[in-house]
Design a protein. Structure first.
Length: 156
């Protein structure tokens, strides 16, 4: 009596389940990559007033270090794999369109923090002026500027 060999069909089912799992994982990862991490894009778009819908803002034209999402590669019929993500230098807009990841706002960078406090410091806020003094003292661009720091401390 002939009995069919089901081991081959079992391997096919495992392969199909593996591919479906990879596809689900890739879809989930792509969905997460499109979610905003914080409201940095809202903060940046507020800088430019009177922007019409669909108009490109200057923030979107910055060249950023973009980490593009991985490709899903098929090798033959039985092997699917995901290679490492590729870094690329792109505009912020193109990086976003391609589903990439980039640093939109970095609060740990002194220059970025200085941009945040400068408006309030120019408006006369003593706390903001003191922060500006500290930032210049520590070195916004990796070199301390003691004259500017002293000026901000005096204003505060």
């Amino acid at each position: 009596m002939w009995v069919p060999d089901l081991s081959f069909e079992g391997n096919i089912m495992k392969n199909v389940l593996f591919k479906c799992s990879l596809l689900g994982l890739a879809t989930f990862a792509l969905g997460l990559s499109t979610l905003p991490v914080n409201d940095a894009s809202a903060k940046q778009s507020k800088k430019v007033s009177k922007v019409k819908k669909g108009q490109i803002t200057p923030d979107q034209l910055y060249i950023v270090d973009c980490l593009l999402p991985p490709q899903i590669r098929q090798l033959g019929q039985n092997f699917t794999y995901i290679p490492p993500r590729k870094p690329a230098k792109l505009t912020a807009k193109e990086c976003a369109l391609r589903g990439g990841e980039y640093v939109a706002y970095d609060e740990s960078n002194f220059a970025t923090v200085a941009k945040v406090w400068k408006k309030q410091a120019d408006g006369g806020d003593a706390t903001a002026q003191n922060y500006m003094g500290e930032l210049f003292e520590r070195g916004i661009n990796d070199t301390p500027d003691y004259q500017s720091a002293a000026s901000w401390y005096q204003k505060a």
